[in-house]
Each structure stands twice: as C-alpha cells, then as structure tokens.
Design a protein around this ligand. Structure first.
Ligand code: COA
Length: 620
C-alpha cells in the first residue's frame, strides 16, 4: 500500500479496494474433463479470478462481473507492482462506488480461452505438454459461462445477487440468465445484444484475417517460435478500436491533427508517408493501442474469443429471442449508450422489448455517452448511479453496514412526499386499479404512484419516463421502468399487454397528445387520464382580469417555464374523446373550496373542476 501511494494519489487509493491479487482456482472435473459445446474436451481447467468485499454469512451478496473481449479478472484495485494500472473498472468497483464493495462480494474471472490465467490456447495441454495452440477447441459464450458457473460453485455460492457485463460481457449476462435462471437474481446488460450486427461481424472478420494472414501466425502454433503474429494482432486491435469510439469522439480527440514528429516524416507525398502510419494523430493513437494490446494479449485467444462473440446468436439457438427469454427469472436492467455504433441502442431496445413481451421484470435506460462503445469504461458517472440503484439490497452480518436510510429495498416504504392534491389524485387512480392487474404508468416521474399501487394494491407496475433522474429514482424504489420519449411512442411495449395505461398529469406536457393517446390505448385495454382543467372559473377570471396566463393552484408555473405545453379544458377533453371514438367509463372531478364544489354539484363541471381523472376505453 505504501509503495503504491508513491505513484497514485492517496484519495484514489482510499476509495479503492487497495492491493489485490489474482487467484487461480483449479476446477475439479469429472474423468472426462471439461466438455465444450462442440463436444471437444480438455482434461484440466483452471480459472483466474479476483474477489473484493466480504461474502455475507448467507452467501447472498455475490456480484459477478463478466469482462469484455480483451479484459481480464483484474477489475479493481492495484496489483503489487509499483506503477501498475488499476483494474479496468476501478472507477465503478470499490467502497462507496457504483458496485459498492462495502455491501457486495464482487467476483470477476478471466474467461475461458483467454490468456490471463484461465485455460486458453496458450496454456499447456497436459497430454502433449505443449501449448494447445490450434488444438484449443472452438468455444462459445455458453462455454465461457459454464466455466464461470463452475468457479462460482467452487467458491461455495449457489445464487448470485447480480451479474453484470458490458459488450461481450453483456452476452455472457444474457446467456447466464437464460440458461441458469435460478442462479441469477438480477442481471445488468450494458451496451450489448443478442447477436452482433453484420457491420460488427465485418470488422471482426477483417481483424481476424489480419492475424491469420500474418506469416508468424503459423496456423496458431507459434508458441515455440519465440514470436507470434504481432503485426496481425496489432492490426486487428487497430480495426476494433475504431469501433470503440464514436465518430464525434474520434474527431474531438484528434481532428485532422498531424503529428509533430520529424523522425517519422518521410518523403512527402510518397506512399512512404502513409505507410509510416504516423502522419495523423489518429493513426499514431491506433498504433499505440495496437502495440499496447500486443504486449498483453495472445493472438489465438483474440481469435477464439472473437469467434465466440460472433457466433453468439440467441435467435438462431432458441428459434426466437422471446422463446429464450421465457426462462428468465432475474430482474433485468438493460443499458444502452447513446453514441455506441458497435452495439447501437436499437439492439438494447430489442432486448428490453423482448423481455417486456415475455412479461419479465425489466428496466431500460439509454445513457448519454458521447464516447461511444467504450463509454461503459470511461463515462461511468451515470452508469454508476443506475447500477447502484438497481443492485439488490443486502443485509450483511454487521449492523453498521446496513443502509442508513430506509428505502423500499429495506422493505420500509418512506412516507409519500407528494402534495395533498397529487395524493388525492393518486387515491382516485388507486381505487380504479384492482389487485392482479397489469399497469403501465406513462410519464411516471419519480415513481410515487407506482409505489402506492405496489404497496396498497400489490400491483407491480411498469413506468415510462424520459428523465434519467426519474429513471434512477424509480429503479431505486424497486420498480421497473423504460426510459423513453413517449412522444416517439411506446416502441418497447407490445400491443394489449396491460389492463391500464395511466397518463397522470402527462397529457398536457407531451408534444403529440393524440399520438400518445393512441399509443396508450394500443398497449392497454383501458386508460386512466388525469389533467388540470384549464376551464376552471378561476383560470378564466385570472385571464380575463389580468390578461395574463393564469398561475396558481394546479397551474403553479409561469408561462415560460411550464412543462404544460398543451393546456386544455374538460370540454376539450370530451371533444377529443368523441372525435377519437373513446368512451368515458368513469370520471372524477377534484376541487377545493365551497364555490368549486357548488359548481360541480350544479353540473357546471368545466367551471368547478380543478383536476379531472377519467377512465377511458375505445368505444364498442
Ligand atoms: N498518439 C499516440 N498515443 C496516444 C495519442 C496519440 N496521438 N493520444 C492518446 N494516446 C495514448 C495515451 O498516451 C494513452 O496511453 P496509455 O493508455 O498507454 O496511457 C492512451 O492513448 C489513452 O487512450 P484513450 O482511448 O484516449 O483513453 P480513454 O481514457 O479515453 O479510454 C480506455 C481508456 C482504457 C477505455 C481505452 O484506452 C481502451 O483501451 N479502450 C479499449 C477497451 C476495450 O477493450 N474495449 C472493448 C470493449 S469490447
């Protein structure tokens, strides 16, 4: 520890898991050894792994992290060598961080076929006493997961509190939750997909070709040569690295800047200048990334792991993604990164959509991530918050490690902080919903209504909201939520999936109310709509007397900073329902004061009602 503080700031060490060591587990196998999906076997299997935090007495706080293509078991902390880089997710894993080692026992293991301690092509085959090389079996993502499952069992853990992974790690998360549903309580899949796109396959193909066409590759049997296909591997990394950054980030980092490096400036205008690959900063950067990988990675591992990733295809394997997802029992969180073009957000949306279709517990969010695919390693502030909110509450043995604040995770629902007027409205909505119903809360805000429906009616609703802060709040309260712009529709929600879709104080804030209305009644049998009634006499009087937009009561905003962009009256609402063939099944008026009450009782509802809550359904 002392040595490290010479090179790293004291603060970063204090927030770190500190000095850690990679451990090796020799997995006990039956006589036949470990069998790959392709049928091939290897007689011995070892797994390199690291753990941080303390395993609870009940062994129920283990969080397994699945690493991506060229990652390894070293997620957090520092190895003893002075100056060595911290783990690859140091910013995410540690005391007080997104994956908080004060609460969770974190495990990460190098994957099968890797070159960082787990058995792979460069490991010595005990039969031939030589590295496996080309004899290392073709493997799949399921083989990788099976090896990790053996490790988890080896560590005496039967059920994981959570499993987390990005990119190829996310594919492992999907495979774990589908094939071992009883072993996974929560699953977090970041910037991943049920299969890679054609474009990603193309990049991988060119990268792998660069390795296999390097004369030093020698069909994968290069270990005795003292030199491997370093040029091919570096080239493969350069190609892949292009896909890890967004075009905008590439431009921001390097632009068209040229290197001020006279040594590398060869004859101008000639081919030599290009072939030096040094002319542009971006080329120099890629060269650096290529060289860095060559110093730490094995080309055969790169080929085998890339092949496993490219072959991963949930639909191909199970007939349909939905069929595969039927088995899932874990609560899932799907995270997309806005500027990722390797695993674009649409692929994460497809995963979330299939989970919603299967009626699984799923939350989805798209994080603003200008960096591109690598953002899950770099821009981790929001990601940390989302992950921390999603991870299950665990009770450790020592009382001082319990969460201080009671939250829904502790089973103690805090008193509702909503205004009395909102509480009345929620009460009316609650009375319309019956236990056992499926409810979608469109524009759910911070999830207070969802909490009420869950606590008082036992209805686990699904929320939809655009705001990331709300998404985090809702996830933290233990509900499912899909982040999305409801003006763009409810693309992730299949038709007729819900009994009720609720638009609570939302219709007036959307840009396309008709579209939202239609979407609401596409996904649900009935709708519940609540809105402030602009037709209330006080609003009319304020406008008449002051000549200004009304402010006060249920309309507390100035005209220029109001979220209410489509104010309408009760009569407008009736007209809308008429025009769109909607039947009002039930309507409730909320008001305060004797005069409003009198007006409503006399039938002048558009004058007396301050808020309206209506249950609607398509006519006929
Ligand atoms: N010429 C040469 N080298 C340059 C350079 C230039 N013009 N500009 C920057 N570099 C070097 C820096 O010196 C630094 O080197 P170091 O890592 O040896 O210290 C490195 O490039 C910085 O890389 P950069 O990508 O800018 O850092 P980042 O903080 O934005 O991202 C990583 C960090 C670790 C995510 C990224 O470097 C990386 O390795 N990405 C790949 C991770 C991966 O495998 N993802 C696959 C997911 S499937």
């Amino acid at each position: 520890m002392e040595k490290i503080s010479q090179t790293k700031s004291t603060a970063s060490i204090a927030e770190s898991v500190g000095v850690v060591q990679t451990q090796i587990a020799k997995i006990e196998l039956s006589d036949g050894g470990f069998q790959f999906e392709c049928g091939a076997r290897i007689p011995e299997l070892q797994v390199a792994y690291e753990t941080y935090g303390t395993l609870s007495e009940g062994r129920d706080n283990a969080v397994f992290i699945c690493h991506a293509l060229t990652g390894d078991a070293h997620v957090a902390g520092y190895h003893e060598d002075v100056g060595k880089d911290p783990g690859w997710w140091e910013k995410m894993v540690g005391p007080g961080k997104g994956i908080d080692t004060d609460y969770y026992y974190v495990i990460c293991a190098n994957i099968l076929g890797g070159c960082k301690g787990t058995t792979g092509p460069s490991s010595v085959n005990p039969v031939t006493k030589k590295p496996y090389g080309s004899l290392f079996p073709k493997m799949t993502v399921s083989d990788i997961v099976d090896v990790h499952r053996l490790l988890v069992r080896h560590l005496g853990i039967e059920k994981l509190a959570a499993i987390i992974g990005g990119s190829l790690g996310g594919m492992q998360v999907i495979d774990w939750t589908v094939r071992y549903p009883l072993m996974v309580k929560r699953a977090i899949c970041i910037a991943s997909a049920t299969c890679v796109s054609a474009q990603a396959l193309a990049f991988d193909m060119v990268g792998c070709d660069a390795i296999t066409s390097d004369p030093d590759w020698k069909n994968g049997n290069y270990y005795d040569e003292g030199r491997g296909p370093v040029r091919g591997l570096a080239q493969a990394r350069k190609i892949a690295h292009i896909t890890y950054l967004s075009p905008a980030m590439m431009m921001r980092k390097f632009g068209r800047e040229r290197r001020d490096d006279s040594e590398n400036k060869t004859q101008s205008g000639g081919l030599g200048e290009w072939s030096s690959s040094q002319l542009f900063q971006v080329a120099s950067y890629l060269k650096h990334q290529g060289e860095k990988l060559v110093n730490r990675f094995d080309a055969n591992s790169y080929l085998r792991i890339t092949q496993a990733m490219d072959e991963f295809d949930v639909k191909e394997r199970y007939g349909s993604v939905e069929k595969a997802f039927e088995a899932i029992q874990a609560k899932c969180l799907i995270v997309a990164l806005s500027a990722d073009w390797l695993f674009p957000p649409e692929q994460s949306v497809a995963v979330a959509k299939a989970l919603v279709h299967c009626g699984k517990n799923v939350s989805y969010c798209k994080l603003f991530a200008p960096h591109g695919h690598d953002a899950f390693l770099v821009d981790i502030e929001n990601l940390s918050e989302v992950i921390s909110a999603f991870l299950p509450w665990v009770q450790l043995d020592t009382a001082d490690k319990l969460y201080d604040e009671p939250t829904e995770k502790t089973g103690v629902v805090p008193a509702s902080p909503v205004s009395p007027q909102r509480a009345r409205e929620f009460g009316v909505i609650r009375d319309m919903v019956q236990p056992g119903m499926r409810v979608l809360d469109i524009g759910c805000g911070d999830g207070e209504l969802l909490s009420m429906l869950k606590a008082e009616k036992g209805v686990p609703g699904l929320g939809v909201d655009i705001d990331l802060g709300c998404v985090i709040d809702v996830i933290d309260k233990g509900h499912d939520i899909l982040q999305g712009d409801i003006d763009e529709g409810l693309a992730m929600v299949p038709a007729n999936k819900y009994d009720y879709a609720i638009l609570s104080e939302t219709l007036q804030v959307v840009h396309k109310p008709i579209h939202v209305f239609r979407e609401m009644l596409r996904v649900a049998e009935k709708g519940i709509v609540s809105f402030p009634n602009f037709g209330n006499w006080l609003n009319r009087l304020r406008l008449l007397i002051t000549g200004r937009m009304p402010k006060g009561g249920v309309l507390p905003y100035e005209w220029y900073d109001t979220p209410n962009i489509h104010l309408f009256t009760l009569t407008d609402f009736f007209n809308l329902c008429n025009q769109h063939h909607l039947e009002i099944l039930k309507i409730t008026y909320l008001y305060s004061g004797w005069f409003n009450r009198l007006l409503v009782r006399m039938g002048f509802c558009n004058l007396g009602a301050e808020n309206v809550i209506a249950k609607i359904a398509p006519r006929g």
